[in-house]
Design a protein around this ligand. Structure first.
Ligand code: PLP
Length: 458
């Protein structure tokens, strides 16, 4: 029996949730075009759609929001955030943005020309979408074990350094306007990146003069994995590890909706002053003045407190243990997941759970639908629907190597009994797996189709 670490907090405000009847769930899913993004939140019992912006804020965060400064320019809230930014991330310049993709949009808009390549361990869907929207070619160069769901590797999010070097040599530096890495690797199981790998990636980018930008969404969780697993870091605090990680990069994009534990917010940070000047101008055009960047003063204060709370060791110990509890309980029940469990989510291997559904018939979509129908649980397909695309050179439909369904665990929201219920629902699905069928897409937009695609059961 996996162990569960008691929550290092107690509940002082509650939000009722309800499990509606099976027939009502079936009707709701049909009305949503079988896309779980189209469901009304009140028709969902347990919502693992995302850990982004869905966390519970602490009383310290709410208190900070009450004392916020809503001045248009130069607000005290901005300077409180800046002090925390300087302390943790240490980049020379930053602007707040309303969320992660706003930072990605600005960066892609300023740096990427059509036909250029942007390497990373694995780009997340919004990063990929923003780069493709500028004609860029996001390229994933993660270590090979990341594609083996059962491979228990400590740092499964590491980039393959030999592949990165060969890629730069083949592509030519002139065709690579920036290089990235995602910590932790959300698209590949929420797996961490080691400090050794960050150091090596940084050295290669530096050698070729390619700006190195970290997608920092889950930096605190990544830092704690380094503390637990990487030799030489056991005695360092998460904030010390975070500082070292960011000292290796030229900048970062961040959705604070993850390890800022806020409902909205993010930032774009860079060391280069010229680039920053262009970022500020772009921000003013699209998001707002550089000291608020599309956010209210209270959002800036909530972020400043949230970044520090996300680095608290007792919180991080519980956070990683809670996710591991769900993952190990599912493995005990025979449900295939990406191993080892990551920090923010458990990713089920839909191809392995539903081997009778061919990948072209969307096993991940079938599993996401089954979870809702069987237990009122919402989880995200991160497989063929989210990551399949048409190759711009050949016109061929490219299927991703993995067909995953992600149950992302909102921070400080669900308790052990919610996780136990989830395991019971999945056991029931597995017991009648042969009765589930695939899906066909009836509508899809050109980019980021999983948010609005419509489906039909086969
Ligand atoms: C790794 C990663 N990068 C970028 C983003 C985009 O952030 P946002 O949803 O705040 O735009 C996300 C959000 O899920 C993410 O997980």
């Amino acid at each position: 029996m996996p162990t569960y670490i008691p929550e290092p907090f107690r509940i002082k405000m509650v939000e009722p949730i309800h499990l509606i009847e099976p027939a009502a769930r079936a009707a709701a899913l049909k009305a949503a075009g079988y896309n779980i993004f189209g469901l009304r939140a009140e028709d969902i019992f347990i919502d693992y759609l995302t850990d982004s912006g869905t966390g519970a804020m602490s009383h310290h965060q709410w208190a900070a929001m009450m004392a916020a400064d809503e001045s248009y320019a130069g607000a005290r809230s901005y300077y409180r955030l800046k002090a925390v930014m300087d302390d943790i991330f240490g980049f020379k310049n930053f602007v707040p943005t309303h969320q992660g993709r706003a930072a990605e949009n600005i960066l892609a808009n300023l740096l990427v020309q059509p036909g250029q390549y942007i390497p990373s361990n694995m780009h997340f869907d919004t990063t990929e979408g923003n780069l493709r929207a500028r004609g860029g070619r996001p390229t994933n160069l993660i270590r090979a074990e990341a594609y083996d769901p059962q491979a228990r590797v400590d740092f499964k999010g590491d980039m393959d350094i030999a592949k990165l070097r060969a890629f730069i040599e083949e592509t030519g530096v002139a065709n690579i306007p920036l290089g990235m890495i995602t910590i932790t690797n959300n698209a590949g199981g929420g797996q961490p990146v080691s400090m050794a790998n960050l150091r090596a990636v940084s050295a290669v980018y530096k050698e070729y003069g390619i700006p190195f930008i970290i997608d920092a969404c889950r930096f605190a969780e990544n830092a704690y994995f380094i503390k637990l697993r990487e030799p030489g870091y056991a005695d360092k605090t998460p904030i010390e590890i975070a500082r070292e990680m960011f000292s290796l990069a030229d900048g970062a994009t961040m959705s604070a909706k993850k390890d800022g534990i806020v409902n909205i917010g993010g930032f774009l940070a860079v060391n280069n002053d010229d680039l920053f000047q262009r970022i500020r101008n772009e921000l003013i055009l699209r998001e707002g003045f550089p000291t608020y960047g599309g956010l209210a003063g209270r959002d800036l204060d909530a972020m400043a407190v949230g970044f520090m709370e996300a680095l608290d060791e007792r919180y991080l110990e519980y956070r990683l243990a809670q996710t591991a509890y769900l993952g190990e309980s599912l493995l005990e029940a025979g449900i295939p997941i990406i191993e080892p469990p990551g920090a923010h989510a458990i990713y089920m291997d839909a191809k392995a759970l539903f081997p009778h559904i061919p990948q072209t018939e969307l096993p991940g979509q079938a599993l996401a639908a089954a979870l809702y129908l069987e237990g009122g649980i919402r989880a995200a397909e991160l497989g063929t629907v989210a990551f399949g695309y048409t190759d711009p050179d050949t016109g061929k439909e490219i299927l991703p190597a993995l067909d995953l369904v992600r149950m992302a665990i909102p921070r400080r929201v669900y308790t052990q009994s919610h996780l136990d219920y989830t395991v019971e629902v999945l056991k029931r699905i597995a017991a009648k797996r042969a009765s589930y069928h695939g899906y066909r897409i009836t509508y899809q937009p050109r980019l980021m189709r999983h948010f609005t695609a419509q489906f039909e059961p086969l």
